[in-house]
Design a protein around this ligand. Structure first.
Ligand SMILES: Nc1ncnc2c1ncn2[C@@H]1O[C@H](COP(=O)(O)OP(=O)(O)OP(=O)(O)O)[C@@H](O)[C@H]1O
Length: 268
């Protein structure tokens, strides 16, 4: 056994894939109020990373930094560096619309467009000119719905409104919409918080399947969910990243007292 394989076999992070996103010293201010204080973290490729922590600790704020959604919030100012595959995503030459296709986002509340199921999924590919024919577009729509685990349920009613689906189906439609533009990374901000336990279980299973092909970052209030779906967990508190590591280690053997208190239900 070489030194490197020996080290890898002893390193619990070794089962995780290479780094896809790297954040260094990220700060966020909303006007005069500082919401994030020097966040540095590496997000592994094709794995699920979860952000946990009490309400208001900055999880969603940091998630929004990763695809520059904070740019859309007036008064928000982001500092530090975030790289996707080594490329600075805050580079002024970078096309933000293209970035958000590469780094898709799914929100807390399912938000399908007031359009048909088909058009919800076809919307992004049309805008980005990804299909050269109607047959091409059909293919993208069907394969995205399949990847989101929704096709079988909706195949006979693609022309019906997306808003007519159940909450869980709507959330899978939003995932299909994100997938349709060929993202590498999918950010999910509490994607199950508006769903019942059965719909939640379906989405969690889907997340587990999607990690084969996508880098996923999920903000969740549920420690059980983080433990179930993620391979890496980061614990935030009052705008600081307190501790991060393999999910199993964070939940069974956290190093930091604040992490321990949160895991034990003593804070938040
Ligand atoms: N658009 C905004 N304008 C001003 N302050 C904001 C804005 N969004 C968030 N904040 C503040 O930034 C801090 C972090 O909020 P954020 O929503 O990121 O936390 P969170 O951990 O995701 O919380 P929750 O779990 O409740 O969603 C909070 O103090 C919040 O009030």
């Amino acid at each position: 056994m070489t030194q490197q394989t020996l080290e890898s076999s002893m390193d619990p992070m070794s089962s995780l894939r290479p780094v896809r996103i790297e954040a260094r010293d990220v700060t966020v201010h909303y006007g005069a109020k500082q919401a994030l204080f020097g966040i540095s973290i590496e997000i592994p490729d094709r794995a699920v990373t979860s952000f946990i922590g009490p309400s208001g600790c900055g999880k969603s704020t940091f998630l929004r930094c990763i695809n520059r959604m904070n740019d859309t919030i007036e008064g928000a100012k982001v500092g530090g560096v975030i790289k996707l595959d080594g490329e600075d995503i805050y580079d002024s030459a970078l096309d933000v619309v293209e970035l958000r296709a590469r780094i898709g986002m799914v929100f807390q509340k399912p938000n399908p467009f007031p359009k048909s199921i088909y058009d919800n999924v076809a919307y992004g590919p049309r805008i980005h000119g990804l299909a050269s024919s109607k047959a091409d577009l059909d293919e993208i729509v069907v394969s995205s719905l399949r990847k989101a685990g929704l096709f079988e349920e909706v195949k006979d009613r693609l022309a019906e409104p997306g808003t007519g689906l159940s909450g869980g189906q709507q959330q899978r439609l939003c995932i299909a919409r994100a997938i349709a533009v060929g993202p590498e990374v999918i950010l999910m901000d509490e994607p199950c918080s508006a769903l019942d336990p059965i719909a939640t279980a379906v989405i969690e299973e889907l997340i587990d399947e999607l990690r084969e092909n996508y880098t996923i970052v999920i903000v969740t209030h549920s420690m059980q969910q983080a433990a179930r779906v993620s391979q890496k967990t980061a614990f935030f508190h009052l705008g600081n990243l307190i501790e991060e590591g393999p999910t199993e280690q964070i939940f069974t053997n956290p190093v930091n007292k604040q992490t321990q208190d949160y895991i034990m239900g003593r804070i938040g």
